[in-house]
Design a binder for this molecule. Structure first.
Ligand SMILES: O=C(O)c1ccccc1NCC(=O)[C@H](O)[C@H](O)COP(=O)(O)O
Length: 216
C-alpha cells in the first residue's frame, strides 16, 4: 500500500518526512485551508525533494491557469482536484502532461456510477469523507461503501485515517483493491505540522504488513 502524507508546509518537518520515504507528499494550494502553502515555503526547497517521492498539489475548484503555473513553479508531478471539477478539466490538465488525482467526497448518497466519466481522464481516484470542508475533515467515512466500487482505476482512501484505525484499513485491503492511503490531520501537532513519531509508527505498520504479504 502506498502512503501519501498531505498538508505539509514547514521545511524542517518536510525534511524529516522525506527520511521516512513516503510515496507522495501533498501541498495544499487552497487559500481557505489552514494548511495552505503560502509564500513562506520556498519553491526551490519543494523542487529539490527527491524524485522518487511524488509531489502532489491539492486544488479546490481552481482555474487551469493557476494549476499549470503552480505545477511548474513547484515541479509537481500530480494535481489533486479536490472540488467539483468536471471530467473535462481532468482531461485538459492531463493533456498538458500533469498526472491527475480526482478526489470525491463520500457519504451514503455517493453515486459510484459518476466515476465512469472521470476514469479515462484520471490516474488515481481519492475517496475522502464528505464533511464541512472540502478536505482535512479528520473523520472516516463508512468504508464498506467501497464495496460498490467496480472500476480498475487504482484509488487512495483518505479521511480521518489514524493510528487507531490503520489496522482496519490494512485488513480492508485484503478484500478491496486499495492502492494507498492518504493521511493528514490525525498525524498533526498543529495544522500543516506533522507528528513524525506518529507517522513513523504508521509507516512501520503499513510496511510490516506489506512484507508479510510479499512473503505469503
Ligand atoms: O487538508 C486540508 O486542509 C484540505 C483542504 C481543502 C481540500 C483538501 C484538503 N486536504 C486534502 C487531503 O488529501 C487530505 O489528506 C484528506 O482530505 C484527508 O484528510 P484527513 O481527514 O484530515 O485525514
Amino acid at each position: 500500500m502506498k502512503i501519501k502524507v498531505c498538508g505539509m508546509r514547514v521545511e524542517e518537518n518536510i525534511a524529516e518526512l522525506i527520511k521516512l520515504l513516503p510515496n507522495y507528499i501533498g501541498f495544499i494550494f487552497y487559500e481557505k485551508s489552514p494548511r495552505f502553502v503560502g509564500e513562506e515555503l520556498d519553491p526551490e526547497f519543494i523542487r529539490n525533494i527527491p524524485q522518487d517521492i511524488s509531489k502532489v498539489g491539492v486544488f479546490v475548484n481552481a482555474n487551469p491557469g493557476f494549476i499549470l503555473e503552480t505545477v511548474k513553479k513547484y515541479d509537481l508531478q500530480y494535481a489533486q482536484l479536490h472540488g467539483q471539477e468536471m471530467p473535462d478539466m481532468c482531461r485538459i490538465l492531463r493533456q498538458k502532461g500533469i498526472n491527475i488525482i480526482k478526489a470525491f467526497s463520500i457519504d451514503n448518497s455517493f453515486n459510484f456510477a459518476m466515476l465512469n466519466n472521470y476514469a479515462p481522464h484520471c490516474d488515481l481516484f481519492l475517496f475522502d469523507t464528505k464533511g464541512d470542508q472540502p478536505g482535512g475533515n479528520g473523520v472516516p467515512f463508512d468504508w464498506s461503501l467501497l464495496k460498490k466500487y467496480d472500476h480498475q482505476k487504482p484509488f487512495l482512501i483518505g479521511g480521518g485515517i489514524s493510528l487507531d484505525n490503520i489496522h482496519e484499513v490494512v485488513s480492508l485491503s485484503v478484500s478491496l483493491p486499495i492502492y494507498g492511503i492518504d493521511v493528514n490531520s490525525q498525524f498533526e501537532v498543529e495544522p500543516g505540522n506533522k507528528d513524525l513519531k506518529k507517522l513513523e509508527q504508521l509507516f512501520d505498520i503499513v510496511r510490516i504488513k506489506q512484507t508479510q504479504e510479499a512473503q505469503a
